[in-house]
Unconditional design. Structure first.
Length: 155
C-alpha cells in the first residue's frame, strides 16, 4: 500500500514539474470554440428572408413561434480565430437572437438560431426585423451584411 501511494505521488510530482511554466511544455491548447484575434473575408451571405415568419404553435398550444431562417456565410483568408455573428432583432417583439460560430478556416458556415416562442397575444401584427452578419474578434468588429424585412403572422 505504501509503495503504490509513493508511486502515485511521484507520478503527480513528475507531471506537475514536467508541465509547469518553467519546463516550456504546454499541455493545454486553445479550443476551436474560443474566439481569438484575427480576421476573415466574407465573400457571400445567403439568407432566405421569406422563411422569417410568425406561425401558430402546434398541438393546440396558444403560442406563436418566430421561425428564423439559417444564414450561410462563406469566408476566405481566415487568420487566427474570429467569430461570425448572425443577429436577428425584432424590437417590436422585444426579440434579439444571436448565433455565434468561431471560424477556423475558409469555407461556408451555417448559422441557425433556434425558433423563439412568443407569449399569447404579443404577436398580432407586422413587425420590422433587422438581420445582420458580423465578423468579430479581439481586434476587429465589422458588419458585413445587414438588411431589414417585415415579418407578419400566418394565422
Amino acid at each position: 500500500m505504501d509503495r503504490s501511494v509513493a508511486a502515485a505521488g511521484l507520478f503527480v510530482v513528475f507531471v506537475l514539474v514536467g508541465t509547469g511554466p518553467l519546463s516550456g511544455v504546454d499541455v493545454t491548447s486553445a479550443s476551436p470554440s474560443t474566439v481569438g484575434d484575427g480576421k476573415a473575408t466574407v465573400t457571400d451571405v445567403t439568407v432566405d428572408q421569406s422563411e422569417l415568419t410568425l406561425s401558430p404553435g402546434r398541438f393546440g398550444t396558444n403560442v406563436t413561434y418566430l421561425r428564423v431562417p439559417a444564414a450561410a456565410v462563406t469566408v476566405e483568408n481566415v487568420t487566427d480565430r474570429p467569430q461570425l455573428l448572425y443577429i436577428v432583432s425584432i424590437p417590436g417583439l422585444d426579440v434579439r437572437l444571436v448565433e455565434r460560430r468561431v471560424v477556423t478556416g475558409s469555407g461556408t458556415y451555417r448559422l441557425a438560431p433556434d425558433d423563439r416562442a412568443i407569449p399569447p397575444g404579443r404577436a398580432d401584427g407586422s413587425y420590422d426585423a433587422a438581420l445582420s452578419v458580423r465578423v468579430q474578434s479581439f481586434t476587429t468588429d465589422r458588419t458585413v451584411a445587414w438588411t431589414t424585412v417585415t415579418v407578419g403572422g400566418r394565422q
